[in-house]
Design a protein around this ligand. Sequence first.
Ligand code: KIV
Length: 270
Amino acid sequence: MRTTVRDVLQKAGEEPITMLTAYDAVTATLVDEQGVDVILVGDSVGNTQHGHETTLPVTVDQMADHTAAVARGAEDALVVADMPFLSYGADESESIENAGRMLKESGAHAVKLESGEHTVDLTEQLSRLGIPVMAHLGLTPQSVNQQGYALQGTSEEAADRMVELARAHEDAGAFSLVLERVPASLASRITEAIEIPTIGIGAGPHCDGQVLVVDDAVGLSDWTPSFVEEFGDVREAMADAIEAYADAVESGEFPAAEHSEGVEELDDLY
Ligand code: KIV
């Protein structure tokens, strides 16, 4: 059965929410089949799939395509599309149109916005129009040129501001809040301060749920941040399989007779 925004809300404080990114239909099916609650089509696709250093070059068209692929692959998970850099927050009607595309055209069930003062009104507007919003505070990679990738909310003033922003986005109608790279004590404080679920990444164990980039979680990335646990070694498994394939072709072992159906019939024909 499809996980809904309401299901995610109801899990807050009751049962841990699981969320992973995916960018293609095959991965989405694998994630979905393991019962993960939410699939985020993250703009981290820029790093993981397109070879960019940052998420800034990712376009709305790219997000729409990746989201559509994920939505086709996922039967049960709630699919959340990340809104890429500058696709929201500047012009209101353009922001609404871009977010709307993710639901109308790509089959997402919600969108995620990297949040700040500038997204409170937009969160209210989108929620009112039937576009559920996942907010995102702490390290927001689209602000890399201002924040770098450092831990956020480390001063009392910054922590207080983040609590206020979390409340403001809850009041504006956000159904959940990603907290990225903040001290565990601050994530705990925010989780206590709001009713909607917090979903942490590098934010300690006190959030209502956890999210990781799927490439990091399965061990496909060539580098991972310190807060990541690699739960597999897909990079090595793929490298071994690719090496074995190339060796078999070079040695003439592949394709063997069992891979060559029809060769005898072709011999008869020619
Ligand atoms: O783009 C992304 O993958 C994200 C998660 C890391 C939360 O925003």
